[in-house]
Design a protein around this ligand. Sequence first.
Ligand SMILES: *Cc1c(COP(=O)(O)O)cnc(C)c1O
Length: 321
Amino acid sequence: MSNPLPTFDDVARAATRIKGHAHHTPVLRSSTIDQRLGAQIFFKAENLQRIGAFKFRGAFNALSRFSAEQRRSGVVAFSSGNHAQAIALSARMLNIPATIVMPEDAPAAKIAATRGYGAQVVLFDRYTQDREAIGKRLAQEQGLTLIPPFDHEDVIAGQGTAAMELFEDHGAFDRLFVCLGGGGLISGSALAAKALAPDCEVIGVEPLAGNDVQQSFYQGKIVSIPTPKTLADGAQTQAAGQITFPIIQRDVSQILAVTDQELVRCMRFFAERMKIVVEPTGCLGLAGALQMGEALKGQRIGVIISGGNIDLPKFAELLSR
Ligand SMILES: *Cc1c(COP(=O)(O)O)cnc(C)c1O
C-alpha cells in the first residue's frame, strides 16, 4: 500500500511552518483584463516570491520537516530550474548542507546563483547521464535526503499555501487557473480550494507541446511523453506524479493546453500593462483564462502567476517578436 494522499491539514500546517520565511505575496488586479473578460481577475503574484517562484514554499516546508540526522547529512535535489534555487536557499536558511545536480549546459547564471546560495553543484551530461540515477546514488552513498520537484507530500502541501493565501485574503472564486508541470502546484492548490472554496473549479493549464497531464486526465492513467519542446521550461515534465495525479483526478475540473505564442502574448501583457516580469511558464494560467474567454463572464477568477525567472536578453528577444 502507498501512503495516504496529503490533505488540506497538511497545507495548513505547511502555512504555519513557512510563515515569516516565505513572502505572503501580493494579489494584483488589472482593469484592462477585467474589461476584456467581463470578469474580476485576481492574480496571485508568485513571481514576487523568494527566488522568484512558488517553489520556495514547498522546498522550505519539506526541509523544515527534516529530523536532526537528516539536517546533519544534508539534502540533494536534481533540477536546472526554480526547484534547485528553492532547495538551495531553504537549505541555507535552515543550515542544512545542499547538493544540487544540474546539467552542465544549464545557463551559467543559474549555476552561479545556486552556488551563490551555498549549495554544492554536481554537473552531469544530460545526453549521456541520468540525473535521477545520479541523485539517488548521491543520496545512498552520502546519506542525503532526496527532495523531488513535485511528487512529494511536503512539497505539495507547501505549494498549496499560495492558493490558501489567495482564498483567505479574497474569499471564494468561481474558477482558479493554475500553471501545470508535474502537478505539485495544482494538487496543493486543489486541496486548498476543496477546503476553503468547495464550489471553485480548479483548472490546470499546460503547454500544448507538453500536454501529458491533459492526456493522462482524459485517459484515466498516467501518460508519459518525451521531453517536450516549449518555451515553458518549468512545465517540461514528461509525466504527472504518483501522488499528484490521483489528487488531480479527484479535485481538478479540467485541463487546458495553450501554445507558446499565447504565452508570449501574456508575457507582453504582464510587462506592458502590469509592469511585471513573468516567465513563460508563469503565463500559463492567464493564457488558459483567455482561452476560456466568454465562459468567465460575470465570474470571480483566481489566476496563479507561478514565477518570474527568465534571462533578460531572452525576455527582450521574446517581446520583440
Ligand atoms: C515548477 C514550475 C511550474 C510547474 O509546477 P508543478 O508543481 O511541476 O506543476 C510552473 N511554473 C513555474 C514558474 C515553475 O517553476
